[in-house]
Write a protein that binds this ligand. Structure first.
Ligand code: HMG
Length: 470
């Protein structure tokens, strides 16, 4: 039995800030943001949007597009690190909104919870849903997995130009039309790291940018090595020390806090993968002749980030490797297409890795070329945990991918001036007076102000809820 993603849908904020405007206001070289970070537009939620409206819009789009009815869904899991409530799960708000379209009680049977582990939570949620089906608990029903987040950093901080937001909804079922997950290969590693966290009550995270980049690299490489061992044991990869994982993968999608991270992370995976192959000597020669002394699998995060000379030598090697033809060919074929969504939206936290998949699919939707191709997923969440897993794109993918409409949603957005962006960031725009009028979907109408409804959120549906035929 194959289990995996049958349908996907996305929802993106109505507004965006251009990188040129952010660069000008903060006096940063725009070339750094465009080429060093890789971001072009940064998604900004309007005053009537939040992670619940983004999630509910993505779910409603998926249900409308697929014709799947509430009764077909047995479980809803929502991955987020931008939770709106310390107790009430986002699920309840999302189901409340969906029932405005499908009728009161239509999702009453649909159990599930909110899940958190920074940006990796969506990958855990996807696997839990798949395993719920594999275990036979679903009794023929599908699971709806939604990753939804708004990445918001302090104004003027180094995280500001990696902000973003959006939601991705996935229908998980047997014999999926989009992607079948490879069983018994998903590999996770966990450590207690201080790279990025958001204590209770904080609106923006506390983070150590460069340290967090290294936490990401070390954890993803460790999960990659664990994946290699599991994939060999499962018979997915050839046994033997020099067998390459990347050669068995047609595409690699990453958690993307910013697009350039995907390129850098691929450089480290490429090195880890090729180092034990006969090709490596030639790659080092093409990179200038001096290999990096860094051993990723054994490195300690604090020792590594404190060793300036090691970092400098490693950095010089990475930059040289990025310029080699052999790396460039592999990167262009396996990774480049998946960076697009992040360059237009910024960091989507838990939804980011799935936006990478959407970008890969959408950029190939007109061609049938992806059917049968294997995709490696490299997921990372601060704090920290990485998960590496894989799946195979199914023959029916192109039809499903066309309905995701990433480009259509991106081009319907409105550009923001910098002053309005700062007002939205500071929360001084009322949800009753959004910057751009919403044509369709769910809207935050008000937040309860006193007594037993203090802090309670009220949402309403705008536009035609469900076509009469579905
Ligand atoms: P920074 O100090 O702003 O930038 O930090 P930098 O000086 O390191 O420069 C970045 C790149 O731009 C470098 O290239 C520079 O050479 C280049 P690289 O070394 O990568 O090849 N550069 C230029 N290029 C062209 N023209 C120029 C120029 N100047 C410099 N003029 C950092 C960057 C990402 C650290 C910062 O934005 C940050 O702190 N971001 C927030 C934290 C973050 O995104 N961490 C990522 C890993 S952790 C993660 O992914 C988890 C997360 O998603 C949260 C979760 O799990 O929930 C964040």
């Amino acid at each position: 039995m194959h289990v995996g993603i049958d349908e996907m849908s996305i929802s993106v904020p109505k507004l965006y800030l251009r990188y040129e405007d952010l660069a000008e206001a903060r006096q940063i070289d725009p070339a750094k943001l465009k080429h060093g970070i890789g971001v072009e537009k940064m998604a900004v939620p309007d005053a009537d949007e939040d992670v619940a409206t983004l999630a509910a819009d993505a779910c409603l789009r998926l249900l409308r597009g697929s014709g799947v009815r509430p009764d077909d869904i047995g479980r809803l899991t929502i991955a987020t690190e931008s939770s709106l409530d310390e107790a009430k799960a986002l699920n309840a708000y999302v189901i409340g909104m969906l029932e405005q379209a499908y009728g009161g009680g239509s999702f009453a049977h649909c159990g599930g919870a909110e899940m958190k582990f920074a940006c990796v939570a969506g990958s855990y949620a996807l696997h839990d849903a798949a395993n719920w089906i594999r275990a036979g608990e679903s009794e023929g029903k599908c699971a709806l997995v939604v990753a939804t987040d708004v990445a918001k950093y302090a104004l003027g901080s180094s995280g500001e130009y990696t902000q973003g937001g959006g939601a991705v909804a996935m229908l998980v079922k047997e014999e999926p039309r989009l992607l079948a997950l490879d069983p018994k290969v998903a590999s996770a590693v966990v450590a207690d790291h201080r790279d990025f966290f958001r204590p209770m009550g904080f609106v923006t995270p506390v983070f150590d940018g460069h340290y967090s980049n290294w936490a990401y690299i070390l954890q993803v490489v460790r999960a990659f090595n664990a994946y290699r061992a599991r994939a060999r044991a499962a018979g997915l990869l050839r046994a033997g020390d020099s067998a390459s994982v990347l050669e068995a993968m047609d595409h690699v999608v990453f958690h993307l806090p910013y697009p350039k991270m995907g390129k850098n992370a691929f450089a480290y995976l490429f090195r880890e993968d090729k180092r034990s192959t006969p090709q490596w000597e030639e790659i080092v020669r093409q990179s200038g002749g001096e290999d990096s002394p860094l051993s990723l699998d054994e490195a300690d995060l604090d020792d590594l980030t404190g060793d300036r000379s090691l970092l400098e030598r490693d950095n010089a090697f990475r930059k040289a490797l990025l310029k080699t033809e052999v790396f460039d060919q592999s990167f262009s074929a396996k990774v480049a297409d998946s960076l697009y969504g992040c360059s237009q939206l910024g960091n989507l936290y838990s939804a980011a890795i799935f936006m990478s998949l959407v970008s890969l699919l959408e950029r190939n939707a007109e061609r049938e070329g992806l059917a049968g191709k294997r995709v490696l997923f490299c997921s990372y969440g601060s704090g920290s945990s990485a998960m590496v897993y894989s799946g195979v794109i199914q023959p029916g993918y192109a039809q499903v991918a066309k309905q995701i409409e990433l480009e259509k949603q991106l081009s319907a957005r409105q550009s923001l001036d910098f002053t309005t962006y700062e007002k939205l960031h500071q929360g001084t725009v009322l949800c009753s007076s959004p910057i751009k009028r919403k044509e369709w979907g769910f809207q935050l109408r008000r937040v309860g102000g006193e007594g037993v409804t203090r802090g309670l959120r009220y949402y309403a549906l705008v536009g035609d809820p469900v076509p009469a035929s579905s």
